[in-house]
Design a protein around this ligand. Structure first.
Ligand code: ZN
Length: 166
């Protein structure tokens, strides 16, 4: 698995939209790890790492209340050296992405009800939304409604009468 895909998958073990957290339960976390051919390791450490990385990817500062102790083996030329456990592998992948200059392509969708992590493959790294067709358009609609609060949908057929007032 590519380094960026592993990190994106790991960051998305929490789903803001549905309120689910795969790291919140030992069984769902172990299922995620075995699906990625990794050992679960210390779940609390993994949660600390995930929340810290999400903060950093969102442009914030890591201020996790605790000490993260994860042994990492990485080569500065970007060659992946996977750890046995999820947190090791993710941190290794993060180091690898940093070393290859790709870290800044990791982003969190700015939609408050989404916050999905994604990898920006665009040429100039300008992608903002996880999916323009989804969150990007919803934000556009919200901005439009904020600017035009009294404008309802126009009725193309006068004989159908006025649509219900919104
Ligand atoms: Zn989104």
């Amino acid at each position: 698995m590519d380094a960026h895909q592993l990190v994106v998958d790991f960051l998305n073990t929490v789903d803001v939209e549905t309120g689910t957290d795969l790291l919140g339960d030992a069984r769902t976390w172990e299922r995620w790890c075995s699906g990625h051919q990794l050992g679960a390791g210390d779940r609390a450490q993994a949660a600390l790492l995930r929340d810290g990385l999400r903060t950093v990817v969102a442009g914030g500062t890591w201020s996790a209340p605790g000490v993260l102790t994860v042994p990492v083996s990485a080569q500065p030329d970007g060659v992946m050296v996977y750890g046995r456990h999820a947190a090791e592998a993710v941190l290794t992948a993060a180091v690898s992405l940093t070393a290859t200059g790709s870290w800044s392509r990791l982003k969190l969708c700015p939609a408050d009800d989404c916050r999905q992590a994604f990898y920006d493959r665009s040429h100039n790294r300008s992608r903002v939304w996880c999916e323009m067709a989804d969150c990007g358009n919803r934000a556009k609609v919200r901005r439009y409604r904020a600017r035009h609060p009294t404008t309802g949908p126009s009725d193309p057929s006068p004989e159908a009468g006025r649509p219900e007032t919104v």
